[in-house]
Design a protein around this ligand. Structure first.
Ligand code: FAD
Length: 355
């Protein structure tokens, strides 16, 4: 958001932590356009035409992020990847075959794989969807690179500064900091990760707990894995990818609790559970855990984000990037909010707004 807005506006960023120490630091950074909710399930909730728009917009956002990274020269190990979405408890082979057809009809590059097509991957499942157009990156270097480019364009970053209040003015907004400092701005954009500000409606979104791990570098893994993101149609789902220095990153074992992630005793058993599932899925993997961590995670009923003007707060915008696509959504959010502030509304803004 700061990167996009700083191209045309005078921008100040406030963070109660140091820069890049929010949920971005915990992210496993699978840069996917596929939502947690399949296209067909999303169509049941918001209609077929809108679901197609949402999926195509996400698809474009991954390309846009790659273009931003390349044109800004941000070195964050961003690598184009295919994604392999495996049949699981939630959606079996038949459902995935229908999903692949629906995606192809919506103009998305997904094909259904039969069990025989999965043999080269050494994976035994009843089916899967193979899709083009995803990517992965180091999320900390990506966010830091974007912030640095924003600073090059004049943005100022103030931290640690907590915003504790918002005062409405006629043509402006005043933010109040924990030190009692007042900051007057023409517009405010809340990008608070999963720490939802009180003044922003969340429409039934929930905070859950999630766990992730990274192996040591140069881990032994099948060659195809470095070119694919892998996840499954189960709840909770297991997901994995390789980094550019040969670490395996994997996550899952989500729990509905909003606080369990803060329990350090849970990390050991959760990591072991993830490793057990990984070994069942890809027996050839060598997994020597280097880091294991947990985090809060926001979920919405549609797995879509909320982006746009805050109802009842003129000049106030918010970005709530729910689900496993938070980074993809941040690209969409920067485009929609910047377009609104520039007075040229984005044609997809209606899909994501708070009303
Ligand atoms: C374990 C895990 C795995 C994930 N995996 C993926 C993935 O594979 N792909 C993907 O796309 N997304 C993933 N996500 C989600 C994604 O990482 C996040 O959606 C994204 O990083 C959020 O970025 P952000 O800048 O909006 O929020 P954050 O990085 O959380 O930054 C928000 C900042 O706001 C600050 N803040 C909050 N309230 C205030 C206040 N009142 N005053 C001042 N500062 C405040 C916080 O201190 C924080 O630093 C994952 C998340 C987790 C936890």
């Amino acid at each position: 958001m700061a990167h996009e807005l700083a191209r045309t506006f005078s921008v100040a960023v406030f963070d109660r932590r140091g820069p890049v120490l929010g949920s971005t630091m915990a992210s496993t950074a699978m840069l996917q356009w596929e939502l947690d909710l399949p296209l067909q399930a999303l169509a049941e909730k918001i209609g077929e035409a809108n679901a197609g728009r949402v999926y195509r917009r996400s698809r474009r956002a991954v390309d846009d992020l790659r273009a931003i990274v390349e044109s800004s020269g941000i070195r964050c190990g961003l690598k184009p990847k295919r994604s392999l979405y495996l049949a699981g408890d939630d959606y079996g082979a038949r459902a995935l075959a229908r999903e692949a057809e629906a995606r192809a009809a919506a103009g998305l590059e997904s094909v259904f794989l039969h069990p025989a097509d999965l043999r080269p991957f050494g994976i035994e499942r009843t089916g899967a969807i193979l899709s083009e157009g995803s990517a992965s990156a180091d999320p900390a270097r990506l966010a830091a690179g974007l912030l640095r480019r924003a600073i090059d364009n004049g943005a100022k970053v103030y931290s640690p500064v907590e915003i504790t209040g918002v005062l409405q003015g006629g043509d402006h907004v005043t933010l109040v900091s924990d030190a009692g400092v007042e900051v007057r701005a023409r517009h405010v954009v809340f990008c608070c990760g999963y720490e939802f500000p009180d003044s922003v409606p969340t429409h039934g979104a929930k905070i859950i707990s999630t766990w992730a791990l990274a192996s040591k570098p140069l881990t032994r893994a099948p060659a195809w894995l470095s070119r694919h993101l892998v996840w499954e149609a189960s709840d909770p789902y297991l997901y994995l990818r390789m980094t550019s220095d040969g670490r395996l990153i994997a996550g899952g074992e989500d729990e509905a609790s909003p606080t369990r992630h803060a329990d350090p005793k849970a990390i050991g058993p959760k990591s072991q559970a993830i490793v057990r599932k990984l070994k069942v899925l890809i027996p050839d993997l060598e997994i020597d855990i280097d880091y294991a961590w947990s985090g809060a995670f926001g979920e919405s009923t549609t797995s879509m984000p909320l982006i746009g003007p805050i109802p009842g707060m003129p000049h106030g915008y918010a970005v709530m990037g729910f689900g496993g696509n938070g980074i993809t959504y941040s690209v969409i959010a920067s485009q929609i909010v910047a377009a609104a502030i520039r007075g040229r509304p984005d044609p997809d803004a209606d899909l994501y707004n708070f009303r």
